[in-house]
Write a protein of this length. Structure first.
Length: 378
């Protein structure tokens, strides 16, 4: 086992600042895996968030500890937040297994005329109308979100006291993802080509309130990290021409606004972002983490972003669920050797560790950085 000379926080900040830590930091994305390990159902979690927090702490101990906690639930201080409410299909609903993961069902709940509302009123002005469509008042949204924020703050302090950094103090779902979730992906894609200037203008109108909301949430949570969810802007969905016209200009404004306010950005990029990697060099250096799942070429990302931005990823869910300990070790060692070279790398699961991942495989992922030099000797 590697002799550790840094605390977890020191190790994380060294990687973010593109320095060479004593070893590669590891920060798996855990949630439903924690619940499965402790026998906590989604129903129990929804009824009492403390059951989820206890499951997370118990799993942390069983795994032997890691360097940062990705999230503790939504840290949202009011109804003014940057996330459309989707249709949640909980375990046991719509013929899903009672002990399986939560699903999201995409249905049209935003309409063409809503683009004009966003342009005229901004994001928060539009959401004041949008959230009341659910039949829940803004006061009720406020009450629910503030109650959850209080729990997040308390739990974040508990992790901080044990020396573990929490990486989600606010949430911003990218403009294109928000709009496509609410319009549905097919209709949003048609909108982009039937009314391109209107879609672009709506996105531009969203960003100022996005920045304001994230700053407020991070101030309230005390966690200076914004989780920027970017799944639907990638090459898996849209061309570089569309990315350059609609998406990246808004991402750049968002990141510059947040980092200018002293916040850090976790750029969570599921799906295939390989062709989009070079654009990240236009974002502020050492102020973001490029967090990839196992679809983007993370080795190409390391090559392009070396010396500019920390890269985080990307042990595939197929490995932790279906692989062997030896296979997990082999892939993690490859990540340590190539992405870990010269620092600027955090080992992580490829998006969230699956609910049915094998415990021994997840532990092997975490133990890999504790047992192999940084980078591993040849």
């Amino acid at each position: 086992m590697i002799k550790e000379t840094m605390t977890s926080k020191q190790r994380m900040w060294a990687a973010i600042n593109l320095e060479l830590p004593d070893r590669v930091p590891v920060a798996p994305i855990l949630g439903q895996f924690d619940m499965r390990q402790s026998g906590v159902t989604r129903e129990q979690r929804d009824a009492n968030l403390e059951t989820f927090y206890k499951a997370a702490r118990d799993t942390f101990n069983k795994l032997g500890g890691y360097d940062a906690r990705y999230g503790l639930g939504y840290a949202i201080s009011s109804w003014r937040f940057n996330c459309m409410r989707g249709i949640t299909v909980r375990p046991g609903d719509r013929n899903t297994p009672a002990d399986f993961s939560v699903q999201w069902h995409e249905e049209e709940n935003m309409f063409v005329e809503d683009y004009d509302k966003i342009i005229a009123k901004g994001w928060n002005g539009f959401c004041e109308d949008y959230f009341t469509r659910t039949g829940i008042s803004l006061e009720q949204w406020d009450q629910a979100n503030k109650a959850q924020m209080a729990k997040v703050k308390k739990e974040a302090k508990a992790w901080d006291d044990r020396g573990i950094m929490v990486l989600t103090g606010s949430l911003a779902i990218s403009c294109e993802m928000n709009l496509s979730l609410a319009r549905t992906l097919p209709k949003f894609s048609l909108d982009m080509h039937r009314m391109p200037e209107k879609v672009k203008a709506a996105m531009e109108a969203m960003i100022p309130d996005y920045i304001q909301n994230c700053i407020a949430d991070c101030k309230e949570s005390g966690i200076p990290w914004v989780h920027v969810s970017l799944e639907r802007g990638s090459g898996s969905y849209f061309s570089l021409k569309d990315y350059e016209k609609y998406f990246f200009p808004q991402l750049k404004k968002l990141v510059e606004g947040l980092t200018g306010a002293g916040l850090m950005c976790m750029l969570h990029m599921d799906t295939n972002w390989t062709q989009n990697i070079p654009y990240l060099k236009e974002l502020p250096s050492k102020k973001c983490i490029a967090n990839y799942d196992s679809i983007t070429d993370i080795f190409k990302a390391k090559e392009i972003l070396h010396g500019h931005m920390c890269v985080m990823g990307d042990v595939p869910p197929s490995l932790t669920s279906l692989g062997t300990v030896a296979e997990v070790n082999e892939y993690c060692e490859k990540l340590i050797d190539i992405c870990g070279k010269d620092g600027g790398f955090i080992l992580c699961s490829g998006c969230e560790v699956p609910i049915d991942a094998r415990f021994e495989n997840v532990k092997a992922m975490i133990d890999s950085v504790k047992n192999h030099p940084y980078p591993r000797s040849k």
